[in-house]
Design a protein. Structure first.
Length: 167
């Protein structure tokens, strides 16, 4: 027979219940931010600028801009007298000179442009002023058009003729 000590209720050990805490979400890797440089209002620069990314001109610039893969934005207070080669050009201020954009030139309201423009696409707002020469060209296609080649049926018909001649 069991002893009285064995029948007495034993203290219960509390069960360990794991606590669930919300795990903060890991921020997704964001796309790299576009590099942006600026020439501030009240600043006047002279010379040659070469860059990648975006250049915002709110001050003055005289010289040459070379950024075949970059974007130039001339703000409402910007005044530029330059020869430019860029991917995109957006003008709200004043621009003088030879402007070449591999992709597009956009003259927004308030833009005052004098000189020559050469680009694949141009957009001129109703309140923009342009005096000069503009040439729009068709950009080269990345791949030459593939012509559909005619199938070589000579080999096919030769094989059929040989097969029909054999007994």
């Amino acid at each position: 027979m069991p002893k009285a000590e064995d029948c007495s209720p034993k203290p219960r050990i509390p069960a360990v219940v794991p606590q669930v805490f919300p795990v903060p979400a890991v921020p997704e890797a964001s796309a790299p931010k576009e590099e942006m440089d600026a020439i501030g209002a009240g600043t006047l620069l002279r010379g040659t600028i070469a860059f990648v990314g975006t250049l915002v001109i709110n001050g003055g610039f005289v010289g040459r801009v070379h950024a075949p893969e970059g974007t130039v934005r001339i703000g409402p207070e910007g005044q530029v007298e330059a020869d430019m080669e860029v991917a995109e050009l957006q003008v709200e201020g004043k621009a003088r000179g030879s402007l070449f954009a591999h992709d597009s030139i956009e003259l927004r309201n308030g833009a005052d442009v004098q000189g020559s423009m050469r680009c694949a696409r141009v957009r001129i707002a109703r309140e923009a002023a342009f005096n000069g020469f503009c040439e729009c060209y068709r950009p080269p296609s990345p791949e030459p058009e593939k012509r559909m080649e005619r199938p070589d049926l000579y080999g096919f018909f030769t094989a059929v003729r040989i097969a029909s001649v054999r007994p």
